[in-house]
Ligand binder design. Sequence first.
Ligand code: AMP
Ligand code: MN
Ligand code: MN
Ligand code: MN
Length: 290
Amino acid sequence: MLDYDLHCHSNVSDGLLPPAEVVARAAGRGVRVLALTDHDDTDGLAEARRSALEHGITLINGCEISVTWRTHTVHVVGLNVNPEHAPLAAGLAAVRGGRRARAELMAESLARAGVGGVLQGALRYAANPNMIGRTHFARYLVEAGHAKEVKNVFRRFLVKGKPGYVPHQWATLTDAVGWIRGSGGVAVLAHPGRYMTGRHGMGKPTMRSLLGEFAALGGDALEVVTSSHTPEQYAEFTRYASEFGLYASCGSDFHGPGESYFDIGRLPDLPLDCRPVWQLWENQPLQKVA
Ligand code: AMP
Ligand code: MN
Ligand code: MN
Ligand code: MN
């Protein structure tokens, strides 16, 4: 089991627990180095840092940026970022800025399919209303009896071709990598296996184009071990990482107790032939702002 968990969420985005409780849970489960990587927001880092000090673990400043690349939504995790770097802060604010109008359109789409009152319902689950997103909608749809569990919601709702899905323009890949690298951080392409699943998933040639572009833009690493990958995918993305000269990262993508496939900290080791992403910051002081 690894003592690094470099991808997780608090209720500043779509996790269930406040930042301090995410850190406490990680510490209690043996994590020694934790990155809090809320979607499009770094507001949880200050509270997480206080909690990390209290529990004697290392906190890496993180975020997970929503990106539109061609017709696909992909996620780029920033590790060891400086949240006060102006282009990063302004960029994340702009990405968050589109979420409310998108949520209204999502609710209208669901209402047309006969599911009403979802915006108000979803907002009750969003501790940070600026960050209203599909997970909050999914939690409300479970509450209202439209699915048994959050992960089941995404089979019938909120995905391409289903009620509640609204196409959206997120950050560009160039901007996301630029904001992260410009702030002194490391850019990681999150859960690549997820982009290849389903009817609208990428084929291998498209994945290679994405990886080529990401590497050319200065992208540093590929998430190899994550809860949405199978062991076969650990091996597959280890090969891609080595082909494209990328380091390898690992994170649970924990959102809340009972809601995630892996709990925080419960990660298999990175394959031995990976270069772990933490080699990139091991010999320099960590960013401590926030
Ligand atoms: P948004 O940024 O509003 O599009 O919401 C994306 C979030 O929805 C992801 O970060 C996950 O937390 C959640 N999500 C998306 N697809 C699924 C899925 N198939 N199962 C569970 N959660 C999902
Ligand atoms: Mn999420
Ligand atoms: Mn993600
Ligand atoms: Mn995530």
